[in-house]
Ligand binder design. Structure first.
Ligand code: ZN
Ligand code: ZN
Length: 328
């Protein structure tokens, strides 16, 4: 991938993923010790967003995914203006799990006292991450295998290029489902608040990095973390490639349940879904709730056209949970 590039470029492509992840975690650690942890976490988060956005322009993985930003000054100015709002929303979205845990955790009395709260915080956070990741894996896989959930998750997959701004593009129902499945086991086990804060911080920064359009190399990290390379496969239009790599932070559960996918080819540039997602923020929010919107998301024709020889696209059946041998 880096043939003909300078040595500095090669070093940067190997160093950037660990460096940006570490910078985010160090910043989060500092934010958690201030008097306003959520506020300062958001500042750190936005700083990492800005750094990623800069590196996307310096060393993009896919030129095609940069193109639509436009080259002229006006385009750039508009991009900065509109993205400023999007990124603020993304930061608030990224810290939502922390905000929920900050309110809920002190109010919940765990039915058990088996959480090892005498362990160093680092090991408690790793344990919390592995447990939360199981909930994230189940929620994400279910969102791909059940149409009742895919109707919400399709919004995330409707993007046709991957870059840092895609990170927060989740339907609120999709997000709440994932937060619930990842946090409820931790509440039940009696995990303390720092575990929630750290698992949320890791999820926030890995989420930014998995969607980045930077030409990073991750090598052996692909065996542990959900890296950009693995997540680019997850966004593939090809069902057999896209219904893999469900891990949000760690790929442990993909490896255990056989959904890990990392062939030696370059992940696809052509990404997206066969259905159609509404234009406009509010329209996208309400679309999954109507029968018509649901049909649009699935790329299905209205019932009156059923049986028409021209109805449906070849990829219409993508994500059908039944009748498709590629989905178990
Ligand atoms: Zn997905
Ligand atoms: Zn994604």
């Amino acid at each position: 991938m880096n043939e003909g590039k300078s040595a500095l470029y090669t070093v940067a492509s190997w160093a950037l993923w660990p460096a940006l992840f570490a910078a985010g975690l160090i910043g989060a650690g500092w934010a958690f010790h201030t008097g306003a942890p959520l506020l300062w976490f958001n500042v750190v988060y936005l700083s990492i967003v800005a750094a990623i956005a800069g590196f996307e322009r310096l060393m993009p993985y896919e030129q095609e995914w940069l193109k639509h930003d436009g080259e002229t000054f006006n385009d750039i100015a508009h991009t900065l203006l509109t993205k400023g709002g999007v990124q603020l929303a993304a930061a608030i979205g990224a810290s939502a799990p922390m905000a929920i845990a900050t309110v809920v955790q002190p109010a919940v009395t765990s039915p058990t006292s088996i959480w090892p709260d005498h362990w160093p915080v680092f090991f408690q956070a790793v344990l919390g991450l592995i447990i939360a990741e199981f909930g994230l894996y189940v929620a994400h896989r279910a969102a791909h295998e059940f149409l009742s959930l895919w109707r919400f998750h399709a919004l995330h997959h409707s993007v046709e290029r991957l870059w840092v701004v895609n990170t927060g593009r989740f339907h609120v129902v999709d997000s709440l489902f994932k937060i619930a499945l990842s946090q409820i086991p931790l509440y039940l086990l009696g995990a303390p608040l720092p575990v929630f804060l750290w698992t949320s911080a890791v999820t926030a920064f890995i989420g930014l990095l998995t969607h980045c359009n930077i030409d990073v190399r991750t090598g052996p990290l692909d065996w542990i973390f959900s890296t950009p390379r693995l997540h680019r496969w997850h966004h593939s239009r090809v069902l057999a490639e896209g219904n893999t790599n469900y891990g949000e932070n760690l790929v442990l559960w993909d490896q255990i349940f056989g959904t890990y996918f990392n062939p030696a080819r370059r992940p696809p540039v052509e990404i997206g879904i066969s259905g159609r997602v509404a234009e406009g923020f509010l329209a996208q929010l309400v679309q999954p709730f109507s029968a018509k919107g649901f049909r649009q998301i699935l790329g299905r024709k209205p019932p009156s056209l059923k049986g028409h020889p021209a109805s449906g696209s070849p990829r219409q059946a993508r994500y059908e949970p039944s009748g498709n041998p590629e989905l178990e």
